[in-house]
Structure formats: C-alpha cells, structure tokens
Design a protein. Structure first.
Length: 215
C-alpha cells in the first residue's frame, strides 16, 4: 500500500489573510456615519475571528443590542461588497503555498468562516484551483474545535493524520489540531486573544514562511 501524504492545513482569517484590515475599514466607515472618532486596528483585531457582533461591540461599547444588530446588517452588507476586492494576504503566504506545490505537499483550508464569504475570497486568489480541500462550516456537522473539518480535509487530500499539520492563530485552532491528532502550529500574528506560547502547540511561527523550516 502506498503511504499517505503529509499535508498542511490552515485556518483562514488571521492565518492566511488579514481580513481584520477590511473589518477595520468598514467599522471606521460606520463610526464616521455615527459621527464618532475612528478606532485603531487593535480594537478590531482581537475579535476578527469571532464574528461581526463582537467586533462591533468592541468598537461601539456604548451601543445597545438593538443598535449592534442594526450596525451588523450594514457591516455584513458592506463586507459582501468589498471582501473579494479588499484582500490582505499575509506576507510570505504565497511563497509558502508555492513551496508546498513545488514539493508536492498537499494543503488545504479548514475555517469557521461561512462559505458565502470564504469561497469568493479563495476563488479570487485562485486557491480553489490549488487545493481540493476548502472546508467551511456548511461542510461539517460540527465546527472547530471539533476535529471533523480537519479529518474531512485530510480524507480529501488522501493525507495521513500522523504526518500532517494544522496552522492557526487562535487557541481554538490548536485545540482542534489536538482533537484531530495532527501536529499543531501556532501563529504569533493574527487574532489571538491569549499568549500563543501558552497554547501547548507543537510548533510556533512568527511568519507563514517559517513553516518551510518545520517541514
């Protein structure tokens, strides 16, 4: 029997792309409409992987729940308009993905970001033609930290659990990797809410390109 592949799987937001910059742009457009001062990136960064409501609650701390709901509708409408044109890929990501392709190392994406947002972005970047494994919440019964998404991606790539990796910028991602029994790689950049060094990851990276050294 031919041995299975070693694959590298990635979280999306905060790991491959810095969508927080798009969120900041939209938040400050909303702040301007509300005649409020703009906020800095740190206000948005921490909650950028946990949904629009938390981003807005942090940026509009005095707003009522009803106001947050109103702002959320405007936020999501605007994000849909710009998500495929305002993409910020982290430095080193394209070099890393090219390296994986050259070395015939399969890779994929396992994200809690809805397919209606994920797929237009990955298609604009042409990543959908580079991997057969882009797993969104709609593709699984249980989202992260349940391991279902990782296991589904590995199956799609015909990859080995023991030899594969999952890369993420949040403690939840490392827990997901552990639940799936793959090697975990924690990012010191992205949308972490606690110290990445405290998550118990197998590896720590300061830049996507650091993964080349691990492989």
């Amino acid at each position: 029997m031919q041995p299975k592949n070693s694959a590298v799987l990635f979280d999306l937001d905060g790991t491959l792309i810095n969508s927080g910059l798009s969120f900041l742009k939209i938040v400050n457009e909303l702040k301007e409409r509300e005649s409020q001062d703009p906020v800095n990136f740190e206000i948005v960064r921490e909650f950028s992987s946990r949904g629009a409501s938390l981003v807005l609650k942090n940026a509009f701390p005095d707003a009522s729940d009803e106001k947050i709901d109103e702002l959320k509708l405007k936020f999501l409408k605007r994000y849909t308009q710009i998500m495929a044109s305002d993409i910020h890929v982290y430095e080193g990501v394209e070099e890393l993905l090219n390296f994986l392709t050259e070395k015939n190392i399969p890779w994929g994406i396992v994200t809690n970001k809805s397919a209606k947002y994920t797929l237009p972005i990955t298609e604009k970047l042409n990543w959908h033609n580079q991997t057969s494994a882009i797993i969104c919440p709609e593709d699984v019964q249980q989202t992260k930290p349940d391991p279902e998404g990782i296991l589904r991606a590995l199956d799609s790539l015909d990859a080995s659990i023991e030899k594969s990796f999952y890369v993420g910028d949040h403690k939840r991602d490392i827990l997901t990797a552990k639940n799936a029994n793959v090697k975990s790689i924690a990012c010191t950049y992205g949308y972490y809410q606690s110290d990445p060094l405290s998550w118990g990851a197998d590896y720590i990276i300061d830049s996507p390109i650091d993964i080349k050294k691990i492989l």
